[in-house]
Design a protein. Structure first.
Length: 217
């Protein structure tokens, strides 16, 4: 490298054998690089590290969107969704309970267990299972086996089918509640007036009335 001596500055110039115009642009370019390196630009960052640094928000444009709090996502969403279970912010893809494996997905659901002793419906609380809910119900003093109601069954002979709202039909003759297979009068011991109806082939057919005789004028 050739050191250039300048009589005006009385110092050695390390730039070399270049013109004054080139030296000016080189010095200006060096000052510009130093200026850019010393400035801190708030570029938006993604991922868990960026969320920790930016507090879950976009620092480049204040108040514009939130980052998805899913570990492997971190997408910037301008219309984020807040989960009502875990109260975290997610994008459209991970807003559902199953999308981010929400630990409080069943916080609004109600699950009941039927007691075999008194037929009472016991609601589960928190993280209880069926046995814990029944044990709490038995220890509360509200379990009374005398209040247990027997399930209704079809009164037809030889039929023990339980009657529910979907398989029950009343008989039009005796007005009993029977299963769908025994709802007709000839399929059960019907005590109504129309229980002993004859088949259609043996019913007496009524003949139509004959027309009046025609008289000659």
């Amino acid at each position: 490298m050739v050191l250039e001596y300048s009589p005006f500055r009385q110092r050695a110039d390390p730039i070399g054998d270049v013109s004054s115009v080139q030296r000016f642009f080189l010095r200006a370019q060096g000052r510009r690089n130093v200026y850019i390196q010393t400035q801190s630009f708030p570029f938006p960052s993604h991922g868990a590290r960026g969320r920790e640094r930016n507090g879950g928000r976009n620092r480049s444009v204040p108040g514009a969107g939130r980052h998805c709090e899913m570990e492997d996502c971190g997408q910037l969403d301008f219309l984020p969704f807040e989960c009502d279970g875990c109260h975290k912010v997610f994008c459209k893809e991970h807003r559902a309970y199953a999308g981010h494996d929400c630990p409080k997905a069943d916080h609004k659901s109600r699950v009941v267990v039927v007691c075999d002793a008194c037929s009472a419906s016991v609601e589960r609380r928190g993280g209880e299972d069926d046995s814990a809910a029944l044990a709490r119900h038995a220890g509360s003093g509200g379990c009374d086996p005398g209040r247990k109601r027997s399930k209704a069954r079809c009164p037809a002979r030889g039929c023990r089918e339980q009657l529910t709202f979907s398989n029950t039909a009343p008989c039009r003759s005796c007005h009993q509640r029977l299963c769908l297979r025994h709802r007709f009068p000839d399929t059960h011991s019907c005590g109504g007036g129309r229980a002993k109806l004859l088949p259609l082939a043996f019913r007496k057919r009524e003949e139509p009335p004959s027309p009046p005789p025609i008289r000659a004028c």
